[in-house]
Design a protein around this ligand. Structure first.
Ligand code: ADP
Length: 428
């Protein structure tokens, strides 16, 4: 028994003894004791009611009382103050956690014991198409219906992540992991990995494209070598034809390797563009050499250039850029066609353009032309010695010089490839 309880019992005994004594004076001891006990019970009841009222409506201040009840109320008061302090600390911690989770680049969803949504950060809202707070209390598996997710949720083994298309936009790929916490609660983390997924897809396609491009010239070369090892050549004319063909295939592989190296160099090398390149001189040389070896397509090539206009950059990359666009025009424009090359200032930008009146390109191909190995016309590209990498190199080189590439083309009429460079890149 605590000292307070001992005191309460002693004072009750004291009150009863006093009432018994007074009662004895009037010869009414039982009546006095009964009255005292009644008053005591009423006092108790009053305080029990006060306590009950306070418990029902805790916003009220704690009631005051005398004696033991006063001490009970005092203890409750201390307890209440402690609880308020803890609640305050908890709400500060909770709001800190929410702020941190809201600022996360990943999506976070908090689920209750039976997978009901409790809280969602803005990233998860947009990635998973959950409206917060409207969807609070909904079951997550009613909103994300992808079978892989449904299986993952009920599996109860969350050591691995899962990957599946975003519910609202199946072009986007999400990765997700569930982390159990508390009493059967779950924290769900998700991230948009579309970019990584595309890079991985590009890498796989790239390897298979390179292998495919290498395989055809190698098949031709090994075919001839096999044939010659079985039957040494006797007919000089046929032998010459075979050697020419082998040479062309070897050149094709060489061009492919050169283009691949150029691309890989631009991908990995830092941008070091300090040289001032005299573009006019470069274009005059390229115009002179603008021929397909062994062919004279009798093109009319016009060069309009601002001789004073130089470009700050990397001379190898710029050479590759201009050469690729001019060679494409020469390769794709039929005999007696017209090609115009120009280098000038337009609207405070240095503009390089190559126009031809060749076959043109259908509009659906244009957005893809700068992708590696993309060809609008595969036969014509291979026939003219194309690697399918020229425009990918051009795009890289232009962007490394802070410029942009524009392709305009009309089927049957011709094409214009234009590169725009900003003012900080050129000198007049
Ligand atoms: P390729 O080595 O095949 O020419 P590019 O990357 O240089 O590869 O060009 C991609 C595709 O764009 C070509 O295969 C061709 O179909 C089309 N193309 C490029 N330049 C021209 C042009 N001047 N006229 C018509 N089509 C062109």
């Amino acid at each position: 028994m605590s000292p307070q309880q001992k005191r309460a019992v002693t004072s009750l005994i004291g009150i009863i003894a006093t009432s018994a004594l007074i009662g004895a004076l009037f010869n009414q001891t039982p009546l006095f004791i009964s009255l005292t006990l009644l008053i005591y019970i009423l006092f108790m009841l009053r305080n029990i009611f006060k306590l009950h009222d306070w418990l029902l409506e805790q916003k009220k201040d704690l009631p005051d009382a005398l004696g033991y009840w006063g001490e009970i109320f005092n203890e409750l008061h201390i307890l209440e103050r402690k609880k308020k302090k803890q609640q305050k600390l908890l709400s500060v911690a909770l709001s800190r956690f929410k702020k941190a989770a809201e600022a996360l680049p990943d999506g976070v969803v908090i689920l209750s014991k039976h997978n009901f949504i409790e809280w969602v950060n803005p990233v998860a809202s947009s990635l998973l198409g959950i409206s917060y707070p409207q969807d609070t209390g909904q079951k997550i598996n009613n909103l994300i219906r992808h079978p892989d997710f449904q299986r993952y949720l009920i599996k109860n083994n969350y050591s691995k992540t899962i990957t599946f298309p975003a519910p609202d936009n199946t072009d986007n790929i999400l990765t997700m992991q569930i982390i159990p916490f508390g009493y059967k609660q779950k924290m769900l983390f998700c991230r948009d990995i579309t970019h990584i997924h595309k890079l991985e897809e590009m890498r796989t396609n790239f390897v298979s494209n390179v292998s495919h491009e290498m395989r055809s010239p190698l098949t031709v070369l090994s075919g001839y070598l096999e044939m010659f090892s079985d039957n040494p050549p006797k007919d000089e004319k046929n032998f010459k034809l075979a050697i020419d063909n082998m040479y062309q295939q070897a050149m094709r592989m060489q061009r492919l390797v050169t283009d691949l190296l150029a691309l890989s160099k631009m991908e990995t090398a830092p941008v070091e563009h300090t040289a001032l390149v005299n573009v006019s001189t470069l274009l005059i040389t390229l115009k002179e050499n603008a021929k397909i070896p062994g062919q004279d397509k009798q093109h009319t090539i016009t060069l309009k250039t601002d001789e004073k206009l130089s470009l700050r950059g990397n001379s190898d990359e710029l050479h590759s850029l201009f050469a690729n666009l001019i060679n494409n025009a020469v390769r794709y424009t039929p005999d007696h066609g017209h090609i115009t090359i120009s280098w000038q200032i337009l609207n405070n930008e240095a503009v390089f353009s190559v126009s031809d009146d060749g076959p043109g390109i259908a509009s659906q191909h244009i957005p893809h032309l700068t992708e590696r190995f993309y060809r609008a016309d595969i036969d014509r590209s291979r026939e003219s010695g194309g690697t399918g990498l020229g425009l990918a190199i051009v795009k890289y080189a232009v962007e490394r010089h802070d410029g942009r590439l524009e392709i305009r083309s009309t089927l049957g009429k011709g094409s214009t490839f234009t590169c725009y460079f900003p003012s900080q890149r050129f000198l007049t």
